[in-house]
Design a protein around this ligand. Structure first.
Ligand code: APR
Length: 312
């Protein structure tokens, strides 16, 4: 392979990202984690699976960032989940330190890499990574919108029985309970969901989408979702490496778009070899505009808290 993707954090989302990427045969892969032996073991297991599906991809696991040298893309999934007795601030501080170290260490070996961040709280961690790495906005994006939109698509398909291929959904805003499923834009084969579904059914889908992550956490009891988040990262990485100019919802640095400045926020972005090539601005319905403002306020608050806890 000529391209190389390094994934920092070889836990559930990190290793599953590697799995989806290996199947796509688009890059050699490196898994890095602090746990000794774990990334090596997972990488070797995956390497041994690839003959069965006929994919020529090198998968390496390491505890040393030197293995990431020359990466085109760095995916950051390293972090810890919230544990009993831990405040959100504790989580924010711990994950901020982990993400900062991951950015600094990977940049030493891959000064030109593009970054895709997955660690939560997503918009805040992506903002931090940008500042720590002094990255231009083209080179860093957070994964959330593809996942949230996919969840909504799945719920619409479950409700209507229509193929997921006919269902397009757009979920913007921060990756939290205030995210904004754009029901006016979301559609089934071109018919707005507002016309296709009764209002109460649509509202139930919107609410379930907003709480989609929590629904999985409650079911799993230990850990959070990983199949859907990781396949979303794989799609973003593929769009970048194949220079597809693919438009997806993702967390990008706002420089005046949607009236927002110097924060990360879920918006439609065009991804290609240069990373974030463009941010698209929708003309929004009044209710959607108000909802986005509320969501932006929540993200801004999280960034402010992070800035008070961590020096950047
Ligand atoms: N450097 C490298 N890896 C680290 C570090 C570090 N400093 N600190 C923790 N890790 C690793 C852990 O050892 C673990 O293997 O990060 C991995 C995280 O994996 P999981 O605990 O399985 O969590 P996961 O479900 O993958 O979620 C990771 O992504 O979706 C988000 O909310 C989620 O913030 C969380 C992140």
């Amino acid at each position: 392979m000529t391209a190389k993707i390094s994934i920092i954090g070889a836990g559930m989302t990190g290793s599953t990202t590697a799995h989806w990427l290996a199947e796509r045969e688009i890059a050699d892969l490196v898994l890095v984690d602090i746990v000794e032996g774990m990334p090596q073991g997972k990488a070797l297991d995956m390497q041994e699976a690839l003959p069965v599906i006929g994919k020529d991809v090198a998968v390496v696991g390491s505890n040393d960032y030197a293995a990431t040298k020359g990466s085109d893309i760095v995916v950051i999934t390293a972090g810890i989940p919230r544990k009993p007795g831990m405040s959100r601030e504790d989580l924010l501080t711990t994950n901020a330190n982990i993400v900062s170290a991951a950015v600094e260490n990977t940049l030493k070996h891959s000064p030109d890499a593009l970054f895709i961040v997955l660690t939560n709280p997503l918009d805040t961690m992506t903002y931090l990574a940008m500042k720590v790495g002094k990255l231009p906005r083209e080179r860093i994006v957070g994964q959330a919108g593809i996942l949230d939109s996919a969840r909504m698509r799945a719920f619409v398909a479950m409700e209507t029985g229509v193929s997921v291929e006919n269902i397009q959904c757009y979920v913007l805003g921060g990756h939290g309970d205030e995210m904004v499923p754009l029901t006016s834009r979301s559609n089934i084969a071109g018919i707005s969901l507002r016309d296709y579904l009764p209002a109460d059914k649509l509202e139930a889908i919107v609410n379930r989408t907003r709480k989609g992550g929590g629904e999985i956490v409650n079911l799993l009891k230990t850990g959070s979702a990983y199949y859907a988040p990781s396949v979303a990262v794989a799609q973003m990485a593929e769009a970048i490496l194949k220079d597809k100019h693919l438009i997806v919802a993702a967390s990008a640095h706002m420089q005046g778009e949607y009236g927002l400045k110097d924060m990360f926020f879920g918006v439609p972005v065009q991804l290609g070899r240069g990373g974030v090539e463009k941010i698209l601005e929708y003309k929004l319905e009044a209710d959607e505009k108000a909802a986005l403002e509320k969501s932006a306020a929540a993200v801004k608050e999280s960034i402010t808290v992070m800035q008070s806890l961590v020096k950047i």
